[in-house]
Design a protein. Structure first.
Length: 517
């Protein structure tokens, strides 16, 4: 019997002991700043002259670490190792053994939770609560996927007859390329990596170049938990060189990617090409962006509506694919909600998260993100009324103030294009039907929320609001592993529900055996 699991609790930093524990962990992480980190291929540490420089986005002069950079030659070496490890060993390994590695890894991270949280604050620029939740979600993925593997390891029951015995079970695919994002630098990176591993595949892990140190720390944890050499190989490097090479490689069996629409669609297209010596169609597990909407009708709790918009728009500076970047508000209550959103936004604190536990917002991830977001703010000034924010400061770190635009046309660029920053646009709807039509008028379909006390509107949205994760009377972010399986429709990806009961099956293929008597 699989032991039930709820989810890793969040840390209450108003408790002085918890606060001091994290402050001590920050000092420990600061003592390791500027270290060098090698590649890991078949358990071997490989140092290269060319380095990725990971910096603190809240203080760009502070180097988190110098990480060796893979090239095509090293990527090919890692591919051969992963392929041989899969063929000769890992595909036939005991699923219980694989799951036990995840359970022990979860226990290790749980014991070192403050240290991992501190590293996320430094490398990702995450405020304390966001960093703590990121680590908790990573622990949840380790626990959940381990338990899910135990659930499916014996396959599914199918019918047999007196003359035959039929079985249906799942086998792993092969070598998977995991390309993880920087925004959930621990949770998604860990979840996508271990889902591929626990299902019997071998992995080439290429973490985001802005946050590669935390991925190295996961490798250390997995090794301590008993992961054999060659099963997961750590090969950070540029997407244009290493990423494309591995996506195109004939021995790549599947690609698991989380990131932008631009890169995701490119990977999907490249993975569809059958190369010489390739004898399968590559599978893709792709989660891209969102243009997520909160709908507020004229029967809503307006305080809840305003709080949900602000928290969903500005948590982690809006750098979530699930973040609220649009709010569609019934015209009867528009002014009340708009004014309260502005009031709540004024109360938000912004600054270096390492220096204060109560900073609600930290920096955006790098100069490219800062330039993109401020560029969209300039566009927004011509598309709507700037209600608050509209500026930033990149002198020491990359800080953008929370920004709200009002009276924006539903077809405006800031209502249609993913900004991935602390910018939200408000628009009016004359009735609930129009509000749902506006909510659906983008290329994306990831998350959404409806704030209403009207049961008919809830049921209408359940049918007609076309998103993968729809929430009622709460914000549109913060899905919990095992509770709200996460993934979206349309240009938000392949809707492979991370943290859901069928997620592991994307990494496997069904095999039927039938024995005649």
């Amino acid at each position: 019997m699989v032991v039930p699991y709820t989810h890793e609790p969040f840390t209450d930093f108003s408790v002085e002991e918890n606060k001091q524990t994290l402050l001590d962990a920050l000092k420990k992480v600061e003592a390791d700043l500027g270290k060098e980190y090698p590649l890991i291929i078949n358990g071997e540490r490989i140092t290269t002259e060319d380095k990725i420089i990971s910096v603190n986005p809240a203080n760009k002069e502070e180097v988190i670490g110098y990480v060796s950079k893979a090239d095509q030659e090293l990527a090919e070496k890692a591919m051969k190792v992963a392929d041989e490890t899969f063929q000769n060993y890992w595909r036939k390994s005991d699923p219980t053994f694989r799951a036990d590695i995840l359970f022990r890894a979860a226990a290790i991270v749980r014991r070192r939770k403050a240290e991992f949280t501190a590293l996320l604050i430094k490398e990702g620029g995450k405020p304390w609560k966001e960093a703590d939740a990121d680590v908790a979600e990573g622990i949840d993925f380790l626990e959940y996927y381990g338990r899910q593997m135990l659930e499916i390891k014996d396959g599914m029951k199918v019918n047999s007859r007196p003359i035959e015995y039929n079985q249906f079970h799942y086998i792993p695919l092969g070598v998977g390329v995991v390309i993880s994002p920087w925004n959930f630098l621990f949770a998604i990176m860990a979840g996508t990596t271990v889902a591929a591993m626990v299902t019997g595949n071998t992995v080439l892990l290429k973490p985001a170049s802005t946050t590669p140190v935390i991925a190295y720390k996961l490798m250390e944890v997995l090794e301590e938990a008993g992961l054999p050499d060659g099963v997961i190989n750590y090969i950070p490097g540029p997407g244009s060189e290493v990423g494309d090479y591995l996506v195109d490689h004939p021995r790549t069996r599947f690609v698991s990617f989380t990131g932008s629409r631009e890169v995701g669609t490119r990977i999907f297209e490249r993975a569809g090409v059958v190369h010489e010596k390739q004898k399968w169609l590559k599978r893709t597990i792709i989660e891209m962006g969102g243009k997520d909407t909160i709908v507020v009708d004229n029967e809503a709790d307006l305080e809840l509506a305003a709080e949900s918009i602000v928290q969903s728009a500005f948590g982690f500076s809006g750098q979530k694919c699930s973040a609220c970047s649009r709010a569609v508000i019934h015209e009867d209550v528009y002014d009340q909600v708009k004014d309260r959103v502005v009031e709540l936004t004024k109360e938000l604190t912004i600054g270096n998260p390492a220096e204060a536990s109560n900073n609600y917002m930290g920096p955006v991830i790098d100069q490219a993100a800062y330039d993109k977001i401020t560029g969209y703010i300039d566009i927004g000034k011509n598309e709507g009324e700037l209600l608050i924010g509209g500026d930033g400061d990149d002198s020491t770190g990359w800080f953008v103030n929370p920004t709200v635009f009002g009276d924006v046309d539903p077809k405006a660029r800031i209502m249609q294009e993913e900004i991935f920053g602390p910018v939200v646009a408000l628009t009016k709807a004359k009735d609930f039907d129009e509000a749902i039509d506006i909510a659906n008028n983008t290329d994306y379909g990831l998350t959404g929320a409806v704030i209403t006390n009207n049961r008919e509107h809830i049921e209408q949205a359940r049918e007609d609001f076309h998103v993968g994760n729809l929430y009622f009377n709460r914000g549109c972010t913060a899905a919990i592993v095992g509770y709200q399986p996460f993934g979206g429709f349309n240009m938000s990806g392949t809707d492979s529900k991370a943290g859901g009961p069928d997620y592991l099956l994307h990494h496997m293929q069904g095999k039927t055996t039938s024995e005649m008597f």
